[in-house]
Design a protein around this ligand. Structure first.
Ligand SMILES: [Zn+2]
Length: 136
């Protein structure tokens, strides 16, 4: 047996999948070949190390943990949103602002007789024009 053939049989030898004849031939080669003994020792070490690996059991609430973390990540992502709502006034706030601006403009116009004369509704005898004339 040559080293190349022996190397192909080493793993099968460790796994006990060689025939009696193959096993004898390999053992005869190994007995006289230091390189293949080294190779066999290495493969046996790897095999024994693999056997000591333990299967890690997943925790029973793994699904729950994942969902909780997903929810946390999602809420952290949506958290900064309220910061911008300060800059975004609601419809009511806009209406109040417009109303106040209109009252202020109207008030300053009505304070000045020259501007008041330009307003069409002041010229008649309506209740509004009377109220406007009565005001200082
Ligand atoms: Zn050899």
């Amino acid at each position: 047996m040559r080293c190349k053939e022996a190397a192909q049989h080493l793993q099968l030898y460790i796994d006990n999948r060689l025939t009696l004849e193959q096993t004898r031939a390999l053992e005869a080669h190994i007995a006289s070949c230091a390189a293949c003994v080294e190779e066999l020792t290495l493969l046996e070490k790897v095999a024994s190390n693999l056997q000591t690996f333990k299967v890690v059991a997943e925790p029973e609430d793994l699904n729950e943990q994942i969902m909780r973390r997903v929810a946390m990540a999602a809420s952290q992502r949506s958290a900064p949103a309220p910061r911008y709502s300060l800059l975004r006034p609601s419809l009511l706030e806009i209406l109040v602002a417009v109303l106040l601006a209109t009252i202020a403009t109207l008030g300053s116009i009505l304070q000045q007789p020259s501007l008041r004369a330009l307003l069409p509704f002041v010229k008649g005898n309506g209740t509004l024009s009377l109220w406007v004339s009565a005001s200082p």
